[in-house]
Write a protein that binds this ligand. Structure first.
Ligand code: GTP
Length: 413
């Protein structure tokens, strides 16, 4: 088994999928939004690079190819395993997207295929999952996690055999409680997954044909129904295959979050910064305020950013390329994007500061730090200016606005 090849697929979705991520997805594909200084998709790619005998990583999505060109070409020097973007012309669903590129994936002659949702943040224990997957011999293994009972229904809930790990029952976002074990959106399948997807597609076709002949009402329903070949991994594949000794679970007790909203990107950025302590401590800034700024906790500063030594940063701060942070500035729990300028003595707390924004002298930009609520953090879109001494609290500010007086708990359009 040791020399048997694998490939990895990261499902990146497309522009119609990332709408809850606005205003941060207005001018950048969501998978490229930086978390802990690296594009969101870079974290699963790095995890894939550690899988033994991995032949290739495919990003499958329906974004324009050009949105990924720069990123992919920069990667080719940095990584040992090739990464390729494959574009679907339209969304086929998470399983349909995979099936669409079956022939290309099979050219690598893989025994197993990793499939990762792009918008999850976790430690991606892929090698451990692969070992478990090969031991039980099913067609697929899902990464699962126990969460608190009151949030479980936001995800796919599942029941697994406590002894064998077999997936016994699966329900996507159920209305009534099923289980506090949830699907993490990280899978390994043998190539038999393609027959399972094909079977669902043929069943969809049969059902559509049946509906057309039965009655006018059925005809109307069928025209509104999910189009043939739109197949979702969760509802269409996991639910029917559960309890048939084909799918197994692998539990993680490490961190795991889903990244649907801008608020969650602050949370996930801090989780990845914290992970750098173990995986890449060289990426974390150090400084005591003498020659370089005072650093508290986990902080990432891009090498092209300029930070005044009298500034104090952290914990959980990430500063992107070409940002300029002035004297006496205090940053806590924030993501500062490319080309931002923060002028002297300004304070930014629990906020995301959009590309090329300007925060004036003694200004204060702040969020409550509640990642799950709409105005729980402050988000400034691209090219926002906050004038000197102005206070912005718990606001979302759309691109190209100038804030001239105090605002609180508002969406500024
Ligand atoms: P919701 O958005 O709340 O439904 O959450 P979810 O995580 O269950 O979403 P979904 O199953 O739609 O998406 C899982 C992953 O697959 C995400 O990373 C999506 O970007 C991606 N995805 C969803 N649909 C498609 C598709 O048609 N094609 C491709 N390539 N990726 C997709």
């Amino acid at each position: 088994m040791a020399s048997v090849k694998t490939v990895a697929v990261i499902l990146v979705g497309g522009p119609t999928k990332g709408t809850r991520f606005r205003p941060l997805s207005f001018n950048l594909a969501k998978p490229l939004f930086p978390l802990a200084g690296q594009p969101m998709v870079h974290h699963p790619i790095l995890a894939c690079q550690k899988i033994p005998n991995l032949a290739k990583v495919f990003l499958i999505g329906f974004y324009e190819e050009r949105e990924f060109t720069l990123y992919i070409s920069a990667l080719s020097n940095e990584l040992k395993v090739p990464v390729m973007y494959l574009r679907e012309e339209k969304p086929h669903g998470s399983a349909g997207g995979l099936y669409n590129f079956k022939d290309l994936l099979m050219e690598e002659e893989p025994h197993d295929i990793f499939v990762l949702n792009c918008d999850v943040c976790c430690s991606f224990p892929l090698t451990e999952m692969l070992d478990a997957h090969r031991k039980h011999g099913g067609i697929g293994t899902l990464l699962v996690k126990k969460v608190s009972r009151d949030v479980a229904n936001e995800f796919g809930e599942l029941v697994a055999d406590p002894k064998t790990g077999e997936l016994l029952h699966y329900a996507e976002k159920p209305e009534t409680f099923v289980s506090d074990f949830i699907n993490c959106g990280v899978y390994i399948f043998t190539t038999d997954i393609f027959s399972a997807i094909r079977d669902v597609t043929s069943t969809q076709k049969d059902r559509a044909a049946l509906r057309r002949v039965s009655s006018v009402e059925a005809l109307q329903f069928s025209s509104k129904a999910t189009p043939t070949k739109f197949v979702r991994l969760d509802q269409d594949i996991l639910t029917p295959l559960a309890g048939k000794k084909k799918l197994y679970t692998f539990e993680t007790t490490d961190f795991w979050e889903q990244l649907k909203t801008p608020g969650m990107s602050l949370r996930c950025s801090s989780l990845y910064l914290n992970q750098y302590r173990q995986t890449s401590p060289e990426l974390l800034a150090v400084g005591d305020g003498t020659k370089s700024p005072t650093i508290v906790g986990d902080v990432f500063i891009h090498r092209s950013a300029k930070v005044h030594p009298s500034a104090k940063l952290g914990p959980n701060v990430s500063i992107s390329a070409n940002a300029r942070i002035g004297p006496g500035v205090r940053l806590i729990g924030c993501i500062v994007l490319d080309g931002v300028e923060v002028k002297e003595n300004a304070v930014v707390i629990q906020s995301i500061v959009g590309w090329k924004s300007l925060i004036g002298r003694w200004a204060r930009v702040q969020g409550a730090g509640n990642y799950n609520t709409k105005l729980g953090i402050t988000i400034l879109g691209e090219d926002v200016a906050v004038e000197d001494e102005v206070v912005v609290v718990n606001c979302i500010v759309l691109p190209h606005k100038t804030i001239t007086s105090r605002v609180q708990d508002e969406i500024i359009l």
